[in-house]
Write a protein that binds this ligand. Structure first.
Ligand code: PMP
Length: 366
């Protein structure tokens, strides 16, 4: 039996407790839908191959789950450094690259600092920057090609409070990679930090790794969520100047990479040949998908250097529903600047892409 509490019910005025910067933003939302074919999050459609899954579970069984993981993540950091072709002191491993974006912004951005970002792009950068009280400055990509707006960015990085420029290449959700020459121009002219998110780098023909040695103000973000099929286990890494890496590690949540994720990442790195074959298959399937989309009249696909394709269509919201009625879930990106007519579609397996194409052919005649 509980005796009645002598204390009165207490309500909180959230507006006075929560930071105004947080109250002001909408947050990152993902609507829930029933689906058969999932083409909405740019995941690896093949998943981790069965022998590797077995190997991960076998190794995991042999580990002591009641002990904390290695605080420094030493072995995994070394393995990732070797894979990426960078020195170990240039690597910070984290619980998905999202968590490293958060840690990095936390150590760099103070209220009033300016963060420059292109649009449309991955929305998390602006959201995290705003929560920290930074001022987000946006530069639109060039119409149609979605190339970098070099002159506008050059103007922005000259501003005295500009502290960070964030670029995503290949860019989500447009799919194109940016010119490395343009990127290097910006890195060399800017006194602040250039963050280059290369989450989709394995599907493209270029990366900025070679620039890392020459520019201390460049930092790359990478992930195991896309090419390596580990989105559910959360592993990402950052490559940058050793001095910066030291600071970012202070903001990383201790033990944020759990034993399972660590084990899975190591198994992937032990079987790179299998995963690299998957990547080649995804690139081939992307090209086949783009070719099959080309003759369609109601849909126009943009070129892609990633594992997804952006399409433009006359009635995107209706097409989204039309695909969903056939169990195909894609991403509605109509809310992004410049993309009012667009949907983003991940490259699926052969049969998933065939189902998508059959449905898009039906769409031509409805
Ligand atoms: N960067 C970009 C550009 C992305 O599209 C995503 C995932 N949608 C991420 C980072 C996040 O990756 P992770 O799963 O490593 O947090």
């Amino acid at each position: 039996m509980h005796s009645p509490s002598p204390f009165a019910m207490k309500n909180v005025n959230w507006n006075s407790l929560i930071k105004p910067e947080v109250l002001a933003i909408a947050g990152y939302h993902l609507a829930k839908h029933e689906y058969v074919v999932k083409l909405d999050q740019n995941e690896n459609p093949f998943g981790v191959p069965e022998p590797l899954r077995e190997e991960i579970l076998r190794r995991l069984r042999a580990r002591d789950w009641s002990r904390y993981p290695d605080f420094q993540m030493q072995r995994l950091t070394e393995r990732i450094a070797a894979y990426a072709g960078a020195l170990t002191e240039r690597v910070v491993v984290g619980n998905g690259s999202n968590s490293l974006i958060q840690a990095l912004f936390w150590v760099v951005l103070a209220p009033g600092d300016r963060m420059i970002v292109t649009e449309p792009t991955f929305s998390l950068y602006a959201q995290f920057a705003r929560m920290l009280g930074a001022e987000v400055r946006t530069c639109r990509l060039q119409p149609e090609t979605f190339a970098l707006p070099l002159e506008a960015l050059r103007r922005e990085i000259r501003e005295p409070r500009a502290k960070m420029l964030v670029l995503c290449s290949p860019n989500n959700p447009t799919g194109n990679q940016f010119s490395l020459t343009d990127i290097e121009t910006l890195i060399s002219e800017f006194d602040g930090l250039v963050v280059l998110d290369e989450a989709y780098r394995e599907f493209s023909e270029q990366d900025a790794l070679a620039l890392l040695e020459r520019y201390e103000n460049l930092l790359l973000l990478r992930t195991f969520s896309k090419a390596f099929a580990l989105a559910g286990l959360r592993i990402g890494y950052l490559l940058g100047a050793p001095a910066l890496c030291e600071q970012v590690k202070k903001a990383r949540v201790p033990y944020s990479v759990n034993l399972m994720a660590e084990t899975a990442a190591e198994v992937c790195l032990d079987h790179l040949d299998i995963l690299q074959q998957q990547i080649r298959d995804i690139i081939r399937l992307r090209q086949e998908l783009l070719e099959a989309l080309a003759p369609l009249k109601r849909v126009r696909a943009y070129p892609s250097d990633a594992n997804f394709v952006l399409i433009r269509t006359d009635e995107p919201r209706r097409l989204f529903q039309f695909l969903l009625e056939d169990g195909i879930l894609v991403r509605d990106v109509t809310g992004y600047p410049m993309l009012k007519q667009c949907l983003r579609i991940s490259v699926g397996t052969e049969s998933e892409n065939q189902r998508l194409l059959r449905r898009l052919q039906q769409w031509e005649t409805v």
